[in-house]
Design a protein around this ligand. Structure first.
Ligand SMILES: [Zn+2]
Ligand SMILES: [Zn+2]
Length: 529
């Protein structure tokens, strides 16, 4: 039998706050990156220079390359499953671990750090594995460390384990030769521990890490008593951990997926590994060996890569899964048209800003310059901002423009927005006035609109990246305008503090106008995203 061990490393953090137990909220899903870090020294493990040919789709030509390629392959497979805007760093190395003719440890892994009470945490005073916590927070909570630490047994390749005298198989195709053991399922298994598939409860004592719950134990039940881990005494947790067949997972996603099992469940409660006596590194933090079909996260290696229940469990502990199918595609014409509209809007408002600062009437030449840049002026539609794009990007999307012939429609929308802003901030327009505050507010407004449109433009050019940066980009533009958490630093507030404003307290009203304008513009330019 081959055992898979799990190690836990901890990082106790954080100020306490009190909250209610709530369900994990749905979050937007994102493309994920898992970067692997090679922690071996120069000539061993992932760097072993021993020549060895490519196998099963793995192109490596040395033992070390084959190993590292497989590590990245497994990381990529998980990256396609879980959703996080924060890149996950998985650190790994090969070491000689326990290896005997009858049994061996294949590897061990766990989160490098646990976090609690981070931004957006769905439950208070509850530990989450670093990668899970980062994905929920939407930011790297502790960038100085990796998220996952993993070790793999280099001794397997020496043939010490008679279950696999020919060592590891490093191919990607699940097709190991005789006497070999498949490395990819081992990697997938260990990475899942690193993603949070484990409890931080001390197995021997039943004590919680730092006296707090972890997100995994929230779903553990002793079916004999019906009590969940958080409500148990330490002694009751120890008793549950050896209550073979009665230690259950009761999270909603696993319960819903339990219909896939023919054995290893009681009703829709799925059995967790609870041998008596305890097996450190295996007990509690795995599915039971009785599951049929076999699941990836059983404590003893089976050749399976089935991970339906594993994915369900990851959702129960706080993960969102990545969207299936292709994401949105880039459209350079769309990005260009947003920019055209933004430039015209900004150009017109700049003319108004200039006039009001000097107390003169709005310069018609300034206006007609901004207009001509947009609609082509005497050059006509072909020389217009949209016309040039439609010529440059012919055909249908994704290469061609999403819309065509919409120059006038958009022009009308931009003009209406500018008129609305001007009328709101300077009710006496078109009578010229000298008012620095009103002039400044026009600039605030155009900057916010242009800033937000620029965020969308980035997304239209590179949608894969955009999923993760759009929200932050938009809120940055918003904070600049309204001051974020410090309202007195808002663009309007600073002007009003100086005095002499024609209007006051209208920051929110203008903000609403900007947002409505942008929504309208984008839905016109990209009707069915
Ligand atoms: Zn394991
Ligand atoms: Zn149960």
């Amino acid at each position: 039998m081959t055992s898979l061990d799990c190690q836990k490393k901890k990082h106790l953090l954080v100020a306490a706050s009190v909250g209610l137990l709530i369900l994990m909220p749905a979050r937007p899903t994102h493309a994920t990156t898992i970067t692997v870090e090679n922690w071996d020294t120069f000539d061993e493990g992932f760097n072993d220079p021993t020549p060895r040919g490519p196998e099963g789709g793995n192109p490596g030509t040395t033992l070390g390359q084959l190993r590292l390629n497989a590590f990245q392959e497994a990381a990529d497979r998980w990256a396609a499953v879980v959703s996080s805007c924060v890149a996950i760093v998985a650190q790994g190395n090969f070491d000689p671990l326990y290896c005997a003719p009858s049994s061996a440890i294949l590897g061990s892994a766990g989160p490098k750090i646990a976090h609690a009470n981070f931004p957006n945490a769905p439950v208070a005073n509850t530990w989450f594995a670093a990668a899970t916590a980062n994905s929920i927070a939407g930011l790297d909570l502790y960038a100085d460390a990796g998220d996952i630490g993993a070790k793999f047994n280099s001794s397997i390749d020496l043939g010490c384990f008679l279950g696999a005298p020919n060592g590891w198989y490093y191919g990607f195709d699940g097709n190991p030769g005789a006497g070999q053991i498949d490395f990819i399922p081992t990697l997938l298994h260990e990475l899942a521990h690193g993603l949070g598939f484990l409890t931080f409860v001390d197995l021997a004592s039943g004590a919680r890490l730092g006296g707090w719950n972890d997100t995994y134990m929230l779903n553990l039940e002793d079916h004999t008593t019906g009590v969940l881990y958080p409500a148990m005494t330490t002694g009751e947790r120890v008793a549950a951990s050896i209550n073979t067949g009665n230690l259950h997972w009761v999270g909603p996603k696993v319960k819903a997926a339990s219909s896939l099992l023919s054995t290893g469940k009681t009703g829709d409660h799925v059995h967790m590994y609870a041998p008596n006596p305890q097996e450190p590194g295996s007990s509690v933090s795995h599915f039971d060996t009785t599951l049929t079909p076999d699941e990836l996260m059983e404590p003893f290696a089976t050749p399976t890569t089935i991970q339906d229940l594993t994915e369900a469990l990851l959702q129960d502990i706080g993960w969102s899964l990545a969207p299936l199918g292709p994401g949105p595609t880039a459209n350079m014409c769309l990005a260009g048209k947003s920019k055209c509209a933004s430039k015209k809007m900004a150009g017109l408002l700049k003319c108004h800003n200039k006039a009001e600062k000097s107390g003169l009437a709005v310069d018609p030449e300034c206006l007609s310059k901004a207009i001509a840049k947009f609609d082509g002026g005497t050059k006509g539609v072909a020389g217009s901002c949209f016309g040039k794009l439609e010529i440059k990007y012919p055909g249908v999307p994704p290469a061609g423009c999403v819309t065509t012939g919409d120059l006038d429609t958009i022009e009308t929308k931009v003009d209406a927005f500018v008129d609305d802003v001007v009328g709101e901030l300077d009710p006496s327009y078109p009578t010229p006035i000298l008012n620095v505050c009103s002039a400044g507010k026009k600039k605030c407004t155009l900057k916010k609109a242009a800033g937000k449109l620029k965020c969308h433009e980035k997304c239209q050019k590179d949608p894969a990246k955009c999923e993760c940066v759009l929200e932050a980009c938009l809120s940055k533009a918003e904070d600049k305008y309204d001051g974020g958490t410090v309202p007195v630093k808002g663009c309007f507030a600073k002007l009003e503090a100086k005095g002499g404003c024609i209007t006051t307290g209208d920051s929110d009203a203008l903000e609403t106008k900007v947002d409505a304008f942008i929504d309208d513009l984008l839905s016109e330019l990209n009707p069915a995203p």
